[in-house]
Design a protein around this ligand. Structure first.
Ligand code: GDP
Ligand code: CA
Length: 326
């Protein structure tokens, strides 16, 4: 099948993305761009989920995307490497190292050790990602949102503060949050290449990732919103909400915490129209949410209704094509 994009034969595409939802979408973007004979997409990935544990640096969203695009991810469990074992993890637990409720697979630990070694040798996170991309031809160029460590913290109603991973994995997002914070982000810069890629893009896509803790930290890096305002690219978002529900995960809790209703229209309003200081030109809504199209358009964002279930690479590619045409 060939597709054509009005005006642009081989679009230069930038995708802003989180982990699991992001990687499903990026698989589709990669397939769609290959059909168009277009250059590889640049993926700007959330690093707010990153953390230090047992002496190694974890980058959950980076690894979800890497493993999925390399085809070595565990599709049944939904995270980590296919066929992984947990021998080292058992030993770490026996030593009382790490978190008893957080499992690190053996193959996964190999990734973390390699990454940590390179960071210790002085490579920047951007350089580490480039190094990692040498092993598997991912078919995309992946950049971290920033080279600074700006791990997401969750501020709790009771005054406590947790690393995002502890809140999400240990507490299953069940402790009432009141806010999310990325300490140090005010002094962070977009990683080298990020704002140039946005400036030179024909289309910037916001993956159907968690709007608060995946896309939120990316947009919070100083200079990112300015880059999205200044680019001549169209900025198109894909709704992670279908029929008023999050498809998977607990993004609804995050949205509620920041006072945004769990609906496709409310998330579009939260991102806002580029014409009104927001970031969106167009918003892909699921067919189940077609009735909200008018509300989205009223906020100055073009609404496009499409099937938004990412069942496999084909359905994700169809979504990517609809987004590229929007
Ligand atoms: P994480 O970093 O692993 O939590 O993943 P992301 O932040 O990239 O994506 C999580 C979001 O993906 C969730 O909020 C889901 O609503 C959304 N999502 C998952 N599967 C689908 C799907 O098939 N279609 C759409 N539209 N959204 C999805
Ligand atoms: Ca994530």
């Amino acid at each position: 099948m060939t597709v054509s994009l009005p005006g642009v034969a081989a679009p230069r595409v930038v995708v802003l993305a989180g982990g699991v939802g992001g990687s499903k979408f990026i698989l589709g973007v990669r397939a769609a761009l290959r059909r168009l004979d277009a250059p590889e997409a640049t993926v700007v990935v959330n690093t707010g989920d990153d953390l230090w544990l047992s002496g190694v640096r974890l980058q959950p969203d980076v690894d979800s995307i890497t493993y999925a695009l390399a085809g070595v991810n565990d599709t049944e469990r939904g995270w980590g490497r296919a066929g992984d074992t947990e021998r080292v993890n058992e030993e770490l637990q026996a030593w009382g190292s790490g978190w008893p409720w957080f499992t690190l697979g053996d193959l996964d630990l190999g990734t973390h050790l390699a990454r940590t070694g390179w960071l210790r040798e002085g490579l920047t996170p951007t350089q580490v990602l480039a190094r990692m991309a040498e092993r598997w031809p991912l078919g995309i160029r992946m950049l971290p949102m920033t080279d600074s460590e700006v791990d997401t913290h969750v501020l709790l109603d009771d005054g406590g503060r947790l690393h995002f991973q502890e809140w999400w994995t240990r507490h299953r997002a069940q402790l009432a949050p009141c806010a999310f914070e990325n300490p140090g982000i005010a002094d962070a810069l977009p990683a080298p290449g990020v704002t140039d890629a946005i400036a030179q893009a024909d289309v910037v896509l916001l993956a159907p990732s968690n709007p608060v803790v995946s896309i939120g930290p990316i947009l919070a890096v100083p200079g990112m919103r300015e880059a999205l305002h200044a680019t001549s690219a169209r900025v198109v978002g894909v709704s992670p909400i279908i029929g008023g529900r999050v498809v998977r995960g607990m993004a609804d809790v995050c949205l509620t915490a920041i006072g945004v209703e769990t609906s496709a229209a409310a998330v579009a309003r939260h991102y806002g129209a580029r014409s009104a200081d927001g970031v969106l030109d167009a918003w892909l809504l699921a067919e189940e949410d077609a009735a909200a199209a008018e509300e989205v358009e009223a906020s100055g964002v073009r609404a496009v209704v499409a099937p938004l279930w990412m069942r496999d690479e084909q359905t994700s590619a169809a979504i990517a094509e609809a987004a590229l045409r929007a």
